[in-house]
Design a protein around this ligand. Structure first.
Ligand code: ZN
Length: 109
């Protein structure tokens, strides 16, 4: 089970959240912060800015899930992810783009 399955609608978001032992919480965050992911007592907590539109909330959840899937959480001081490490940010966004392209390709076949 992974993001590919979610993006190609074979599973639901809550399936994937369960699989990654992850939960989503909505909070008031500084204006420029869409969200972040952190690990608390072995639970991946995805924190989303509650001011975002529904579309941006969904998009940000996918982005944070890709950090989990790409194992960005263990590779650095966890605090750092909150401050958007550019290398990981690019990688997370590219990963979603790549998966969506794969799905588009599959549809063509
Ligand atoms: Zn990020």
């Amino acid at each position: 089970m992974n993001l590919f399955d979610l993006l190609s609608k074979q599973i639901t978001q809550s399936d994937l959240l369960n699989y990654y032992n992850a939960t989503v919480v909505y909070k008031s965050l500084p204006f420029l912060v869409d969200g972040f992911v952190t690990n608390y007592k072995d639970i991946n907590v995805i924190v989303i800015n509650n001011e975002l539109s529904t579309y941006m909330k969904k998009k940000t959840i996918l982005h944070e899930l890709s950090h989990i899937e790409l194992c960005h959480l263990g590779q650095q001081d966890k605090e750092l992810l909150q401050f958007k490490v550019k290398k990981y940010e690019d990688e997370a966004d590219k990963y979603i783009k790549f998966l969506l392209e794969q799905i588009q390709e599959q549809k063509k076949r």
